[in-house]
Design a protein around this ligand. Structure first.
Ligand SMILES: Cc1cc2nc3c(=O)[nH]c(=O)nc-3n(C[C@H](O)[C@H](O)[C@H](O)COP(=O)(O)OP(=O)(O)OC[C@H]3O[C@@H](n4cnc5c(N)ncnc54)[C@H](O)[C@@H]3O)c2cc1C
Length: 392
Protein backbone atom coordinates (compact mmCIF):
# COMPACT_ATOMS: atom_id res chain seq x y z
CA UNK A 1 0.00 0.00 0.00
CA UNK A 2 1.68 3.28 -1.08
CA UNK A 3 1.86 6.16 1.37
CA UNK A 4 1.64 9.89 0.63
CA UNK A 5 4.99 11.67 0.24
CA UNK A 6 5.62 14.78 2.36
CA UNK A 7 6.88 16.75 -0.66
CA UNK A 8 6.03 16.46 -4.35
CA UNK A 9 5.66 18.52 -7.51
CA UNK A 10 2.03 17.63 -8.20
CA UNK A 11 -0.82 16.41 -6.00
CA UNK A 12 -4.17 15.37 -7.46
CA UNK A 13 -7.05 15.06 -5.02
CA UNK A 14 -9.70 12.46 -5.93
CA UNK A 15 -9.22 9.08 -7.64
CA UNK A 16 -12.34 9.12 -9.76
CA UNK A 17 -11.96 8.84 -13.52
CA UNK A 18 -11.21 12.55 -13.84
CA UNK A 19 -8.51 12.86 -11.16
CA UNK A 20 -6.78 9.75 -12.47
CA UNK A 21 -6.96 10.99 -16.08
CA UNK A 22 -5.51 14.38 -15.03
CA UNK A 23 -2.67 12.73 -13.08
CA UNK A 24 -1.90 10.49 -16.07
CA UNK A 25 -1.91 13.38 -18.53
CA UNK A 26 0.33 15.64 -16.42
CA UNK A 27 2.82 12.91 -15.50
CA UNK A 28 3.06 11.76 -19.13
CA UNK A 29 3.89 15.34 -20.11
CA UNK A 30 6.39 15.78 -17.26
CA UNK A 31 7.78 12.37 -16.32
CA UNK A 32 10.61 14.00 -14.37
CA UNK A 33 8.21 15.53 -11.85
CA UNK A 34 7.07 13.70 -8.72
CA UNK A 35 3.33 13.25 -8.27
CA UNK A 36 0.73 11.65 -6.03
CA UNK A 37 -3.03 11.01 -6.13
CA UNK A 38 -4.82 11.27 -2.78
CA UNK A 39 -8.17 9.50 -2.42
CA UNK A 40 -10.46 9.53 0.61
CA UNK A 41 -12.16 6.16 -0.04
CA UNK A 42 -10.47 2.78 0.38
CA UNK A 43 -10.44 2.14 -3.37
CA UNK A 44 -10.44 4.10 -6.63
CA UNK A 45 -13.71 4.85 -8.48
CA UNK A 46 -16.13 4.48 -5.59
CA UNK A 47 -17.78 7.89 -6.23
CA UNK A 48 -19.78 8.84 -9.32
CA UNK A 49 -17.32 6.96 -11.52
CA UNK A 50 -18.38 3.64 -10.04
CA UNK A 51 -22.15 4.24 -10.03
CA UNK A 52 -23.50 5.57 -13.28
CA UNK A 53 -25.26 4.44 -16.46
CA UNK A 54 -21.99 3.55 -18.17
CA UNK A 55 -22.89 5.34 -21.39
CA UNK A 56 -20.19 6.72 -23.66
CA UNK A 57 -22.17 9.73 -24.83
CA UNK A 58 -21.64 10.94 -28.38
CA UNK A 59 -22.23 14.67 -27.69
CA UNK A 60 -25.75 15.29 -29.01
CA UNK A 61 -27.42 17.27 -26.25
CA UNK A 62 -24.95 19.95 -25.34
CA UNK A 63 -24.96 23.60 -26.40
CA UNK A 64 -22.70 23.98 -29.45
CA UNK A 65 -19.35 25.48 -28.46
CA UNK A 66 -19.76 24.55 -24.77
CA UNK A 67 -17.03 22.62 -23.00
CA UNK A 68 -19.46 19.71 -22.63
CA UNK A 69 -20.02 19.57 -26.39
CA UNK A 70 -16.34 19.83 -27.30
CA UNK A 71 -14.96 17.59 -24.56
CA UNK A 72 -17.63 14.91 -25.03
CA UNK A 73 -17.11 14.50 -28.78
CA UNK A 74 -13.31 14.43 -28.42
CA UNK A 75 -13.40 12.43 -25.19
CA UNK A 76 -15.61 9.67 -26.60
CA UNK A 77 -13.19 9.22 -29.51
CA UNK A 78 -10.21 9.03 -27.16
CA UNK A 79 -11.99 6.75 -24.72
CA UNK A 80 -12.82 4.19 -27.42
CA UNK A 81 -9.17 4.21 -28.50
CA UNK A 82 -8.01 3.87 -24.88
CA UNK A 83 -10.35 0.93 -24.23
CA UNK A 84 -9.09 -0.81 -27.36
CA UNK A 85 -5.47 -0.23 -26.41
CA UNK A 86 -5.96 -1.39 -22.79
CA UNK A 87 -8.37 -4.24 -23.70
CA UNK A 88 -11.21 -2.85 -21.57
CA UNK A 89 -14.57 -4.30 -22.71
CA UNK A 90 -16.84 -1.76 -24.44
CA UNK A 91 -19.53 -1.83 -27.08
CA UNK A 92 -20.50 0.81 -29.66
CA UNK A 93 -24.10 -0.32 -29.33
CA UNK A 94 -25.80 2.89 -30.54
CA UNK A 95 -28.66 4.83 -29.03
CA UNK A 96 -32.16 5.81 -30.15
CA UNK A 97 -33.73 9.06 -28.92
CA UNK A 98 -37.41 8.43 -29.42
CA UNK A 99 -40.28 10.88 -30.05
CA UNK A 100 -43.54 9.46 -28.72
CA UNK A 101 -45.80 11.88 -30.57
CA UNK A 102 -45.89 14.74 -33.06
CA UNK A 103 -45.48 17.40 -30.40
CA UNK A 104 -41.98 16.09 -29.59
CA UNK A 105 -40.79 16.34 -33.21
CA UNK A 106 -39.60 19.99 -33.11
CA UNK A 107 -37.42 19.12 -30.09
CA UNK A 108 -36.07 16.05 -31.87
CA UNK A 109 -35.23 18.33 -34.84
CA UNK A 110 -33.39 20.67 -32.50
CA UNK A 111 -31.40 17.77 -31.00
CA UNK A 112 -30.44 16.62 -34.47
CA UNK A 113 -29.33 20.14 -35.37
CA UNK A 114 -27.24 20.38 -32.19
CA UNK A 115 -25.72 16.94 -32.70
CA UNK A 116 -24.69 17.80 -36.26
CA UNK A 117 -23.26 21.15 -35.19
CA UNK A 118 -21.30 19.39 -32.43
CA UNK A 119 -19.80 16.99 -35.00
CA UNK A 120 -21.45 13.81 -33.67
CA UNK A 121 -20.68 11.12 -36.26
CA UNK A 122 -23.29 9.00 -38.06
CA UNK A 123 -26.55 10.62 -36.82
CA UNK A 124 -29.56 9.31 -38.69
CA UNK A 125 -33.32 9.93 -38.52
CA UNK A 126 -35.44 6.78 -38.15
CA UNK A 127 -39.03 6.17 -39.26
CA UNK A 128 -41.21 4.00 -36.98
CA UNK A 129 -40.39 0.96 -39.16
CA UNK A 130 -36.63 1.70 -39.03
CA UNK A 131 -36.87 2.18 -35.27
CA UNK A 132 -38.36 -1.32 -34.99
CA UNK A 133 -35.37 -2.71 -36.91
CA UNK A 134 -33.02 -1.11 -34.38
CA UNK A 135 -35.16 -1.74 -31.28
CA UNK A 136 -37.86 -4.30 -32.13
CA UNK A 137 -39.91 -3.68 -28.95
CA UNK A 138 -39.80 0.11 -29.01
CA UNK A 139 -42.58 2.37 -30.30
CA UNK A 140 -42.42 5.98 -31.43
CA UNK A 141 -43.38 8.32 -34.29
CA UNK A 142 -39.71 9.02 -35.10
CA UNK A 143 -36.25 8.64 -33.59
CA UNK A 144 -32.74 9.99 -33.84
CA UNK A 145 -30.17 7.21 -33.98
CA UNK A 146 -26.60 7.75 -32.81
CA UNK A 147 -24.41 4.78 -33.77
CA UNK A 148 -21.36 6.31 -32.04
CA UNK A 149 -22.92 6.07 -28.57
CA UNK A 150 -21.63 3.12 -26.56
CA UNK A 151 -21.31 1.43 -23.19
CA UNK A 152 -18.40 0.69 -20.85
CA UNK A 153 -17.69 0.18 -17.17
CA UNK A 154 -16.14 3.54 -16.21
CA UNK A 155 -14.77 2.02 -12.99
CA UNK A 156 -12.75 -0.43 -15.13
CA UNK A 157 -11.37 2.53 -17.08
CA UNK A 158 -10.44 4.26 -13.80
CA UNK A 159 -8.72 1.13 -12.46
CA UNK A 160 -6.72 0.91 -15.66
CA UNK A 161 -5.63 4.57 -15.35
CA UNK A 162 -4.59 3.93 -11.73
CA UNK A 163 -2.62 0.86 -12.80
CA UNK A 164 -0.76 2.91 -15.43
CA UNK A 165 0.09 5.57 -12.85
CA UNK A 166 1.41 3.05 -10.37
CA UNK A 167 3.46 1.31 -13.07
CA UNK A 168 5.03 4.69 -13.77
CA UNK A 169 5.86 5.26 -10.12
CA UNK A 170 2.96 7.60 -9.26
CA UNK A 171 1.37 6.43 -6.00
CA UNK A 172 -2.43 6.39 -5.78
CA UNK A 173 -2.95 6.63 -2.04
CA UNK A 174 -6.38 5.45 -0.89
CA UNK A 175 -7.88 5.94 2.57
CA UNK A 176 -6.37 9.44 2.51
CA UNK A 177 -8.97 12.19 2.97
CA UNK A 178 -7.75 15.73 2.37
CA UNK A 179 -9.11 17.86 5.20
CA UNK A 180 -7.22 21.14 4.98
CA UNK A 181 -5.68 23.21 2.18
CA UNK A 182 -3.29 26.08 2.69
CA UNK A 183 -0.91 27.94 0.35
CA UNK A 184 2.45 28.10 2.11
CA UNK A 185 5.94 29.35 1.08
CA UNK A 186 5.95 28.37 -2.56
CA UNK A 187 3.90 25.26 -1.89
CA UNK A 188 0.30 24.22 -1.37
CA UNK A 189 -0.04 22.22 1.85
CA UNK A 190 -2.67 19.46 1.90
CA UNK A 191 -3.49 18.25 5.38
CA UNK A 192 -4.81 14.69 5.13
CA UNK A 193 -5.80 11.83 7.37
CA UNK A 194 -2.21 10.47 7.36
CA UNK A 195 -0.30 13.78 7.78
CA UNK A 196 0.56 16.51 5.29
CA UNK A 197 1.65 16.62 1.64
CA UNK A 198 3.26 19.80 0.33
CA UNK A 199 3.06 20.15 -3.45
CA UNK A 200 4.21 22.77 -5.89
CA UNK A 201 0.81 22.52 -7.58
CA UNK A 202 -2.47 20.71 -6.92
CA UNK A 203 -5.49 19.75 -9.00
CA UNK A 204 -8.72 19.01 -7.13
CA UNK A 205 -11.09 16.53 -8.79
CA UNK A 206 -13.10 15.73 -5.68
CA UNK A 207 -16.60 15.32 -7.13
CA UNK A 208 -19.14 15.92 -4.37
CA UNK A 209 -16.38 17.35 -2.12
CA UNK A 210 -15.05 19.83 -4.69
CA UNK A 211 -16.82 22.95 -3.41
CA UNK A 212 -15.72 22.48 0.21
CA UNK A 213 -12.07 21.95 -0.77
CA UNK A 214 -12.13 24.93 -3.15
CA UNK A 215 -13.46 27.17 -0.37
CA UNK A 216 -10.72 25.92 1.96
CA UNK A 217 -8.20 26.90 -0.73
CA UNK A 218 -9.63 30.43 -0.84
CA UNK A 219 -12.18 30.18 -3.68
CA UNK A 220 -15.71 31.60 -3.71
CA UNK A 221 -18.45 29.41 -2.18
CA UNK A 222 -20.46 29.95 -5.37
CA UNK A 223 -21.34 27.51 -6.93
CA UNK A 224 -22.23 24.94 -4.30
CA UNK A 225 -22.39 21.20 -5.02
CA UNK A 226 -25.88 19.88 -4.48
CA UNK A 227 -26.04 16.11 -4.74
CA UNK A 228 -28.89 14.48 -6.66
CA UNK A 229 -29.58 10.84 -6.03
CA UNK A 230 -30.39 8.84 -9.15
CA UNK A 231 -31.95 5.42 -8.63
CA UNK A 232 -32.17 2.78 -11.35
CA UNK A 233 -34.04 -0.55 -11.41
CA UNK A 234 -33.08 -3.58 -13.47
CA UNK A 235 -35.18 -5.59 -15.89
CA UNK A 236 -35.31 -9.23 -14.82
CA UNK A 237 -32.85 -11.35 -16.86
CA UNK A 238 -35.63 -13.13 -18.79
CA UNK A 239 -37.00 -9.72 -19.94
CA UNK A 240 -33.68 -8.12 -21.00
CA UNK A 241 -34.40 -8.98 -24.61
CA UNK A 242 -36.90 -6.09 -24.64
CA UNK A 243 -34.02 -3.60 -24.93
CA UNK A 244 -31.16 -4.18 -27.35
CA UNK A 245 -29.08 -1.09 -26.60
CA UNK A 246 -30.03 2.41 -25.38
CA UNK A 247 -33.50 4.00 -25.59
CA UNK A 248 -33.79 7.63 -24.47
CA UNK A 249 -36.69 10.08 -24.40
CA UNK A 250 -36.63 13.48 -26.09
CA UNK A 251 -35.63 15.60 -23.10
CA UNK A 252 -37.78 18.50 -22.07
CA UNK A 253 -35.42 21.51 -22.36
CA UNK A 254 -37.12 23.19 -19.39
CA UNK A 255 -36.05 20.32 -17.08
CA UNK A 256 -32.54 19.66 -15.84
CA UNK A 257 -32.21 15.90 -16.58
CA UNK A 258 -32.52 13.60 -19.56
CA UNK A 259 -35.61 11.74 -18.33
CA UNK A 260 -36.23 8.04 -17.70
CA UNK A 261 -34.16 5.98 -20.12
CA UNK A 262 -33.58 2.30 -20.77
CA UNK A 263 -29.95 1.24 -20.89
CA UNK A 264 -28.10 -1.96 -21.56
CA UNK A 265 -24.91 -2.17 -19.50
CA UNK A 266 -21.65 -3.82 -20.50
CA UNK A 267 -22.29 -6.66 -18.01
CA UNK A 268 -25.58 -7.46 -19.78
CA UNK A 269 -27.95 -5.89 -17.22
CA UNK A 270 -30.67 -3.56 -18.52
CA UNK A 271 -31.67 -0.67 -16.28
CA UNK A 272 -34.57 1.81 -16.22
CA UNK A 273 -34.17 5.17 -14.59
CA UNK A 274 -32.93 7.32 -13.14
CA UNK A 275 -35.01 9.15 -10.69
CA UNK A 276 -33.28 12.38 -9.68
CA UNK A 277 -33.89 13.47 -6.12
CA UNK A 278 -32.17 16.18 -4.19
CA UNK A 279 -30.01 14.37 -1.60
CA UNK A 280 -28.58 16.92 0.84
CA UNK A 281 -25.25 15.84 2.41
CA UNK A 282 -25.54 18.22 5.27
CA UNK A 283 -28.09 20.71 6.71
CA UNK A 284 -25.77 23.39 5.22
CA UNK A 285 -26.99 22.38 1.74
CA UNK A 286 -30.45 23.57 2.75
CA UNK A 287 -29.18 26.96 3.86
CA UNK A 288 -27.68 27.66 0.42
CA UNK A 289 -30.04 30.27 -1.12
CA UNK A 290 -29.79 28.55 -4.50
CA UNK A 291 -31.31 25.33 -3.11
CA UNK A 292 -34.62 27.03 -2.33
CA UNK A 293 -34.61 29.07 -5.52
CA UNK A 294 -34.11 25.82 -7.46
CA UNK A 295 -36.73 23.96 -5.42
CA UNK A 296 -39.32 26.61 -6.30
CA UNK A 297 -38.47 26.23 -9.96
CA UNK A 298 -38.44 22.41 -10.08
CA UNK A 299 -41.01 21.43 -7.49
CA UNK A 300 -43.28 19.79 -10.04
CA UNK A 301 -40.46 17.58 -11.41
CA UNK A 302 -39.46 16.76 -7.86
CA UNK A 303 -42.92 15.39 -7.22
CA UNK A 304 -42.80 13.20 -10.33
CA UNK A 305 -39.40 11.88 -9.31
CA UNK A 306 -40.65 11.06 -5.84
CA UNK A 307 -43.54 9.16 -7.43
CA UNK A 308 -41.05 7.17 -9.56
CA UNK A 309 -38.93 6.46 -6.54
CA UNK A 310 -41.71 5.15 -4.36
CA UNK A 311 -43.49 3.29 -7.10
CA UNK A 312 -41.98 0.74 -9.42
CA UNK A 313 -45.31 0.84 -11.17
CA UNK A 314 -44.83 4.53 -12.05
CA UNK A 315 -41.29 3.84 -13.33
CA UNK A 316 -42.54 0.87 -15.39
CA UNK A 317 -45.36 3.06 -16.76
CA UNK A 318 -42.85 5.74 -17.79
CA UNK A 319 -40.67 3.11 -19.53
CA UNK A 320 -43.70 1.46 -21.17
CA UNK A 321 -44.34 4.67 -23.11
CA UNK A 322 -41.32 3.55 -25.18
CA UNK A 323 -41.39 -0.24 -24.74
CA UNK A 324 -45.07 -1.11 -24.18
CA UNK A 325 -44.33 -4.71 -23.13
CA UNK A 326 -42.62 -3.58 -19.89
CA UNK A 327 -44.69 -4.30 -16.75
CA UNK A 328 -43.94 -3.61 -13.08
CA UNK A 329 -43.35 -7.33 -12.42
CA UNK A 330 -40.49 -7.27 -14.97
CA UNK A 331 -38.40 -5.12 -12.60
CA UNK A 332 -36.10 -6.44 -9.90
CA UNK A 333 -33.02 -5.13 -8.05
CA UNK A 334 -31.17 -1.98 -8.99
CA UNK A 335 -28.61 0.57 -7.90
CA UNK A 336 -28.30 4.25 -7.08
CA UNK A 337 -25.65 6.87 -7.75
CA UNK A 338 -25.27 10.41 -6.48
CA UNK A 339 -24.58 13.14 -9.02
CA UNK A 340 -22.42 16.03 -7.91
CA UNK A 341 -24.15 18.94 -9.62
CA UNK A 342 -23.12 22.55 -9.06
CA UNK A 343 -25.87 24.98 -8.16
CA UNK A 344 -25.46 28.75 -8.28
CA UNK A 345 -26.59 31.14 -5.56
CA UNK A 346 -29.26 32.27 -8.06
CA UNK A 347 -30.88 28.81 -8.01
CA UNK A 348 -29.70 27.88 -11.52
CA UNK A 349 -28.01 24.53 -12.09
CA UNK A 350 -24.61 25.18 -13.63
CA UNK A 351 -24.83 23.62 -17.04
CA UNK A 352 -21.26 23.44 -18.32
CA UNK A 353 -18.08 21.94 -16.88
CA UNK A 354 -16.32 24.45 -14.63
CA UNK A 355 -12.62 24.56 -13.73
CA UNK A 356 -11.52 27.43 -11.51
CA UNK A 357 -8.23 28.60 -10.01
CA UNK A 358 -6.75 29.47 -6.66
CA UNK A 359 -3.13 30.04 -5.69
CA UNK A 360 -1.12 27.03 -6.93
CA UNK A 361 -4.25 25.00 -7.67
CA UNK A 362 -6.99 24.19 -10.16
CA UNK A 363 -10.41 23.06 -9.00
CA UNK A 364 -12.91 21.05 -11.03
CA UNK A 365 -16.12 22.58 -9.66
CA UNK A 366 -18.69 21.03 -11.96
CA UNK A 367 -18.14 17.74 -13.75
CA UNK A 368 -21.53 16.06 -14.10
CA UNK A 369 -22.47 13.78 -17.00
CA UNK A 370 -20.88 13.47 -19.58
CA UNK A 371 -17.65 14.04 -17.63
CA UNK A 372 -16.85 10.32 -17.49
CA UNK A 373 -17.08 10.13 -21.30
CA UNK A 374 -15.13 13.39 -21.59
CA UNK A 375 -12.46 12.56 -19.00
CA UNK A 376 -9.45 12.05 -21.29
CA UNK A 377 -10.15 15.24 -23.28
CA UNK A 378 -10.99 17.22 -20.15
CA UNK A 379 -7.73 16.02 -18.60
CA UNK A 380 -5.82 17.53 -21.53
CA UNK A 381 -7.63 20.84 -21.12
CA UNK A 382 -6.86 20.88 -17.38
CA UNK A 383 -3.22 19.95 -18.01
CA UNK A 384 -2.95 22.81 -20.54
CA UNK A 385 -4.24 25.20 -17.89
CA UNK A 386 -1.85 23.81 -15.26
CA UNK A 387 1.05 24.19 -17.70
CA UNK A 388 -0.13 27.73 -18.49
CA UNK A 389 0.23 28.66 -14.83
CA UNK A 390 3.97 27.99 -15.16
CA UNK A 391 3.90 25.93 -11.97
CA UNK A 392 5.09 23.33 -11.13
C1 LIG B 1 -26.43 8.25 -11.67
C2 LIG B 1 -25.37 8.78 -12.59
C3 LIG B 1 -25.36 8.44 -13.96
C4 LIG B 1 -24.36 8.94 -14.79
N1 LIG B 1 -24.28 8.49 -16.09
C5 LIG B 1 -23.21 8.87 -16.86
C6 LIG B 1 -23.02 8.33 -18.17
O1 LIG B 1 -23.76 7.46 -18.59
N2 LIG B 1 -21.98 8.79 -18.92
C7 LIG B 1 -21.11 9.75 -18.46
O2 LIG B 1 -20.20 10.14 -19.19
N3 LIG B 1 -21.26 10.26 -17.22
C8 LIG B 1 -22.27 9.83 -16.42
N4 LIG B 1 -22.40 10.31 -15.15
C9 LIG B 1 -21.45 11.32 -14.68
C10 LIG B 1 -20.11 10.72 -14.34
O3 LIG B 1 -20.25 9.57 -13.52
C11 LIG B 1 -19.27 11.79 -13.64
O4 LIG B 1 -19.30 12.95 -14.42
C12 LIG B 1 -17.80 11.37 -13.48
O5 LIG B 1 -17.72 10.09 -12.88
C13 LIG B 1 -17.07 12.41 -12.65
O6 LIG B 1 -15.82 11.88 -12.29
P1 LIG B 1 -14.99 12.52 -11.12
O7 LIG B 1 -13.68 11.82 -11.08
O8 LIG B 1 -15.02 14.01 -11.28
O9 LIG B 1 -15.88 12.27 -9.80
P2 LIG B 1 -15.98 11.04 -8.79
O10 LIG B 1 -16.02 9.74 -9.48
O11 LIG B 1 -17.13 11.35 -7.90
O12 LIG B 1 -14.61 11.11 -7.99
C14 LIG B 1 -14.33 12.06 -7.00
C15 LIG B 1 -13.42 11.39 -6.00
O13 LIG B 1 -12.94 12.35 -5.07
C16 LIG B 1 -12.86 11.73 -3.80
N5 LIG B 1 -12.86 12.76 -2.76
C17 LIG B 1 -13.86 13.60 -2.40
N6 LIG B 1 -13.48 14.38 -1.39
C18 LIG B 1 -12.20 14.05 -1.09
C19 LIG B 1 -11.26 14.50 -0.12
N7 LIG B 1 -11.57 15.46 0.75
N8 LIG B 1 -10.04 13.92 -0.08
C20 LIG B 1 -9.69 12.94 -0.97
N9 LIG B 1 -10.56 12.46 -1.89
C21 LIG B 1 -11.79 13.01 -1.96
C22 LIG B 1 -14.11 10.86 -3.77
O14 LIG B 1 -13.99 9.82 -2.78
C23 LIG B 1 -14.13 10.32 -5.18
O15 LIG B 1 -13.47 9.09 -5.34
C24 LIG B 1 -23.39 9.82 -14.28
C25 LIG B 1 -23.39 10.15 -12.91
C26 LIG B 1 -24.34 9.61 -12.07
C27 LIG B 1 -24.27 9.90 -10.62
Amino acid sequence: MPSAPGECDLAVVGAGILGLAVARELTRRHPERSAVVLERADAVATGQTGRNSGVIHAGIYYAPGSLKARMCVAGARELYAYCEQREIPFERCGKAIVARNETELPRLDELERRGRENGVPGLRRLSPAQLREVEPHCRGVAALHSPATGIVDFAAVARSLAEELETNGVPVVTGCAVEGVEPRAGRIALRHSGGEARARFAVFCAGAGSDRLAVKAGASPDPRIVPFRGAYVYLRPERRELVRALIYPVPDPSLPFLGVHLSRHIDGEVSLGPTALLAPRHPRDLTWPGTWRMARRWWRTGLTEIRHLVSRKALATAAAEYVPAIRPEDLGGGFAGVRAQALGRDGKLVDDFVVSETERALHVRNAPSPAATSSLALARLIADRADGRAVP
